[in-house]
Design a protein around this ligand. Structure first.
Ligand code: 5GP
Length: 197
């Protein structure tokens, strides 16, 4: 049975990835995001089961031992992972799946699903990234400094991705990502899988 495509979207923190993913899902209901598990505490306004499955360390470790994660990573001292059920449920719906995950996770996904399409969202510049992190006001100064120091390293990792989209203008970046999705849908095996002979 033909299933939807898998798209991985990674970016340095503050590059605007979450807003882009949200807008993509709103634009096309055949695009759905996989909800990750994390041991991080919810931020103000975040809802369990919508933004993340917020999980204790003990539960996360138990799931890890039971090989319940397709990929997982430690990001800024917290565990994050994509649960196998999350992928399987979305695959059954035959939708295009977005994994909004970090670079370590993206590399693991590419090994398991070589057909996955890896998209890296770049901020216009690291100076602009700092400005965004500070105006977003969700992290303290130490966290911002930590995130900025990682960002340069992360931007260099874009080389390992299939596509890079610079989020300078939000709508342009959204259209660029959407066009990558549309192109994947036009791959011959995809088209023939639903073609009426
Ligand atoms: P935040 O705590 O700001 O929501 O996310 C921190 C980082 O963890 C972001 O880069 C985010 O994409 C990444 N992340 C979220 N969920 C997952 C996941 O399931 N796996 C991996 N590897 N990274 C994730």
């Amino acid at each position: 049975m033909e299933t939807g495509n898998i798209f991985v979207i990674s970016a340095p923190s503050g590059a605007g990835k979450s807003s882009l993913v949200k807008a993509l899902c709103a634009k096309d209901n055949s695009v759905q995001v996989s909800i990750s598990h994390t041991t991080r505490a919810p931020r103000v306004g975040e809802i369990d089961g919508i933004n993340y499955h917020f999980t204790s360390h003990a539960t996360f470790s138990a799931m890890l031992q039971q090989c319940k994660f397709v990929e997982h990573a430690i990001v800024y001292d917290n565990f994050y992972g994509t649960h196998v059920d999350s992928i399987n449920n979305l695959r059954q719906k035959n939708v295009d799946i977005i994994l909004e995950i970090d670079i370590q996770g993206a590399m693991q996904v590419k090994k398991i699903f070589p057909e996955a399409v890896l998209i890296f969202v770049l901020p216009p510049s690291l100076i602009e990234l700092e400005r965004r992190l500070r105006t977003r006001d969700t992290d303290d100064n130490d966290t911002i400094i930590l995130r900025l120091s990682k960002a340069k390293e992360e931007v260099l990792s874009a080389k390992q991705f299939d596509y890079a989209v610079i989020n300078d203008n939000f709508n342009d970046a959204l259209e660029a990502i959407y066009s990558i999705i549309m192109v994947q849908r036009l791959k011959v095996p995809k088209v023939l899988s639903t073609y009426q002979f």
